[in-house]
Design a protein around this ligand. Structure first.
Ligand SMILES: [Zn+2]
Ligand SMILES: [Zn+2]
Length: 169
C-alpha cells in the first residue's frame, strides 16, 4: 500500500481527517455554533435536547472528540478538569483566557507559545506536537462585582490539590 505517501502531504486540513458528515455531527456543530462561550458536553447535550434533537450523550462526547481532532473546535479544561468546547471561529488554533467566575472567555495572543512549541518540534525531532494551555483568571466585570458580593468561585478542591505551599501561610 502506498498510503504513507499520501499521508505526508495531507497537512492539517480538517477535511483530510475522514470525518463522516453525519446528521449528528451537523446537529452538534450547529448548536455549538450558536454558543458564544465554551460549554461542556453535558450542556451541549441539553441544548440539543431542547432543540428537539435526539443525539445521545455518548455520541455528543464522541462527536466532540472527532471535531477536536479535525480542528473544528477549541478545547479548554475547567478547574474540575472537564473539557469545554467552543466552535473555532477561524482556521487557526487559538488560546483563551477564561474567567473562573462567569466562564466568559476571550482569545489571547499566544504567539510566543506557538513559536516555542514549533521550535521544540525542531529541537526534539518530535512530529505532530500538540499543546494545551490553561489560562484562567477573574475578569474585570467579576472583579468589580466582587467588591460588593463575592463571586461564586473558590473551589476548595483546587486549593487542596495544588496547594502545598511551603512556608507561605
Ligand atoms: Zn467574569
Ligand atoms: Zn497554541
Amino acid at each position: 500500500m502506498a498510503e504513507a505517501e499520501a499521508e505526508s502531504t495531507a497537512g492539517v486540513q480538517p477535511r483530510a481527517t475522514g470525518l463522516r458528515s453525519t446528521r449528528q455531527r451537523r446537529a452538534v456543530l450547529e448548536v455549538l455554533g450558536r454558543c458564544p462561550e465554551f460549554i461542556s458536553a453535558q450542556e451541549l447535550h441539553a441544548l440539543l435536547a431542547d432543540s428537539g434533537s435526539t443525539v445521545g450523550l455518548t455520541t455528543v462526547y464522541r462527536t466532540l472528540r472527532e471535531l477536536d481532532r479535525a480542528g473544528l473546535v477549541d478545547v479548554v479544561r475547567d478547574e474540575g478538569g472537564e473539557r469545554l468546547y467552543l466552535r473555532r471561529p477561524t482556521d487557526e488554533h487559538r488560546h483563551y483566557l477564561i474567567c473562573r467566575c462567569c466562564g466568559r472567555s476571550r482569545p489571547v495572543d499566544a504567539e510566543a507559545v506557538e513559536r516555542w512549541a514549533a521550535g521544540l518540534a525542531e529541537l526534539t525531532g518530535f512530529a505532530e506536537l500538540e499543546h494545551t494551555l490553561e489560562l484562567s483568571g477573574v475578569c474585570a466585570d467579576c472583579r468589580q462585582a466582587e467588591a460588593t458580593a463575592p463571586c461564586r468561585q473558590a473551589p476548595p478542591l483546587l486549593a487542596a490539590e495544588s496547594g502545598t505551599q511551603d512556608g507561605l501561610g
